[in-house]
Design a protein around this ligand. Structure first.
Ligand code: ADP
Ligand code: ZN
Length: 616
């Protein structure tokens, strides 16, 4: 639809109405336009779609997007059509007539983007048809979305994805871009290998989600705490995760009884019930879905304002992914979690009782430990979270409970020295349990067999109890003083010398929140749910006008049978209410209003804007 001489930035501004590319988008777009392949690792909400959609408009020919989920495809196609881009989807949920329409569009070269499920692409004769499309450069690119589905190590393996490797052989001249929000190195390597991207480039964006505020609370009365939290977020859409189906049902009932617009979602419900819940969540402004982890994949609703965990997730990876569903639109959002010591043994048992091979179980235990370390972190949560993903955040974030409500700190320099000494004296290969046994002067078989009661560190740590020591182990791990032994068996060794040595020599002190002694754990804690509610930054926006715009959007969405965010994102409405544009030219300045939307909605928007009285 655009001539090859149009620059990607011009396309972004004209079609999407966005002023500039974000982060690595521009580099990726340029790379693909010039024919390069690669892998894009970007967090949820980072803006992966534009990385292939803009090149699709800049390169001649059809862009083929492989996507595993029908709901996602449908959303993307609708959103593109709203922008005036010729897009269609081919998947198993389509009627024969709709399929025929897509075929004829394909044959006559009228499509810019085709979304297709992997089954559809690889089964049947679609590949042959693509190879014989009319036109000079018939294929613009292949995009492989949710590329982690190719990985057997990942959490969402789909066997059909493995065969996507053939694209490299059948279409060596067509750029292939794989995209995922999963950054773990093992999955990454597997994607590169299976999709034959060895000659491509890897683009790694920061995994920080600065607009998400991380808030953790001690779990005391989960039901009540949740209600207090939700009360601070009335009128907002959000997700509440709980571990079991029965918990989900019970919480949903309690919330409904308390007047919240809550709906349950888990794999035990019928397909109709689940799809009804999903529809309400997508199409209404402020529905709270109470769900097991069955809810999530394929949710790309941009205006989820909070994700609440009433139970610990199973790993830090899962936590990152689940909380990442909040705030995809870049506006402030909260990730709120209750945590308590009672959850932990249950999660450990869950891993032990699974049928996974021992090696895999060790990995799972490690991932759970990382989550516990995060929940007990001293100071900035975001720093701990990002460190786990191999990223360093130099300054505290000032957007998490650790930064905003510093806890009472104790000088733990001496216990930390004792712990580090115990690690050294025992040979830098034991895990927390044995180290703590040694410090407390325990008499386990292991201690006797290894002769560790002879060590100078034996029994020198009676000032803390077992639980406090374990907390300290995790805190020191979270801070980098201790690092896992690379063999993945759960042993710990010292972190970098420049960090550890000053502490051992007493040149630096270490002030940390002291873990709770074991016996009192249940009674401790604060009562606040989330005193630090962010709310959307709506400075200068007239609430009545904003409401009028939302009402207008609801009507538009209903008439067209699409979710409201496909018409306009909240962010666009907010900017409209703040800046009150009065002419088409001023409208075009608003983020999210490109040429097609300006033409389609411009006049109606100006009417809404004029009708609302000025507050001044
Ligand atoms: P991902 O697929 O990585 O989760 P999306 O592609 O859905 O993310 O983008 C997330 C949101 O950010 C979308 O609402 C998108 O329109 C918006 N967005 C992406 N890139 C830009 C940009 N350069 N300027 C403004 N908004 C953007
Ligand atoms: Zn912080």
């Amino acid at each position: 639809m655009s001539s090859p001489t149009t620059s990607p930035l011009e396309v972004l501004q004209r079609v999407w109405g966005y002023p500039a590319f974000r982060g690595p988008q521009e580099t990726i777009v340029q790379h693909v336009i010039s024919g390069g392949s690669g892998l894009v690792l970007m967090p949820t909400g980072g803006g992966k779609s534009l990385c292939y959609q803009v090149p699709a408009l800049c390169r001649p020919g059809l862009a083929v997007v492989v996507s595993p989920l029908i709901a996602l495809m449908q959303d993307q196609v609708e959103a593109l059509q709203q922008l005036g881009v010729a897009a269609a989807a081919l998947h198993s949920g389509l009627e024969a007539r709709a399929v025929a329409t897509v075929w004829s569009q394909l044959q006559t070269g009228r499509l810019t983007l085709l979304y297709v499920s992997p089954e559809r692409l690889l089964g049947g004769d679609l590949l042959e048809r693509l190879a014989t499309l009319p036109g000079p450069g018939p294929l613009a690119l292949f995009a492989i979305d949710e590329a982690h589905c190719v990985s057997q190590w990942g959490h969402d393996f789909r066997p059909e994805y493995i065969q996507l490797g053939v694209l490299a052989e059948r279409f060596p001249a067509v750029p292939r871009l794989a995209l995922t929000a999963t950054a773990d190195p093992r999955t990454r390597a597997e994607i590169v290998e299976r999709l034959q991207l060895q000659h491509g480039q890897v683009f790694l964006a920061s995994f920080d989600r600065p607009n998400i505020r991380y808030v953790l609370r001690n779990k005391e009365q989960p039901g009540r705490q949740l209600q207090a939290f939700l009360a601070e977020h009335r009128g907002e859409a959000g997700i509440v995760y709980a571990r079991s189906r029965s918990r989900v049902d019970q919480l949903a009932r309690e919330l409904q009884a308390a007047g919240f617009d809550a709906v349950a979602y888990h794999a035990g419900l019928s397909a109709e019930q689940r799809s009804a819940a999903l529809q309400r969540f997508r199409n209404e402004a402020a529905v709270v879905v109470v769900a097991t982890i069955a809810f999530g994949m394929g949710i790309d609703k941009p205006d989820v304002r909070f994700v609440a965990h009433v139970d610990l997730p199973k790993s830090l990876e899962a936590y990152y992914q689940e909380t990442g569903r909040a705030g995809r639109d870049g506006l402030p959002a909260v990730a709120w979690m209750l945590h308590g010591p009672a959850d932990i043994p249950q999660l450990r048992r869950f891993i032990d009782d699974s049928t996974a091979p021992p090696e895999q179980k060790r990995i799972e235990h490690g991932k759970l430990e990382a989550l516990i370390a995060y929940s007990e972190a001293a100071g900035c949560r975001r720093q701990v979270l990002l460190r786990h993903f191999g990223e360093a955040l130099a300054e505290p974030c000032y957007n998490c409970d650790g930064c905003l409500e510093p806890k009472a700190l104790a000088d733990l320099s001496v216990p930390a020295q004792k712990l580090l000494s115990a690690v050294v004296r025992t040979g830098q290969r034991f895990g927390a349990a044995h180290l703590v046994d040694v410090l407390l002067g325990g008499s386990t078989d292991k201690i006797r067999q290894l002769g560790h009661q002879q060590l100078s560190v034996y029994g020198i740590g009676r000032e803390l109890d077992r639980s406090q020591w374990r907390t300290l182990v995790r805190q020191l791990t979270g801070l980098g003083y201790l690092v896992p032994v690379p063999d993945g068996r759960g042993g710990l060794q010292l972190g970098p010398q420049e960090l550890v040595r000053p502490l051992l020599r007493g040149e630096t002190t270490l002030a940390l929140p002291l873990g709770m002694p074991q016996r009192e754990q249940r009674r401790q804690g604060t009562n606040r749910s989330d005193g630090i509610s962010p709310g959307v930054d709506d400075a200068g926006a007239d609430p009545a006008l904003l409401e009028a715009l939302k009402q207008w959007r609801r009507e538009q969405a209903q008439r067209q049978g699409v979710p409201p965010y496909v018409v306009f994102h909240d962010r666009t409405l907010l900017e409209l209410a703040q800046r009150r544009p009065a002419s088409p030219a001023e409208l075009a300045e608003i983020g999210g209003i490109g040429a097609a939307k300006l033409e389609r909605y411009g006049a109606a928007l100006l009417t809404v804007l004029q009708a609302a009285e000025s507050p001044y």
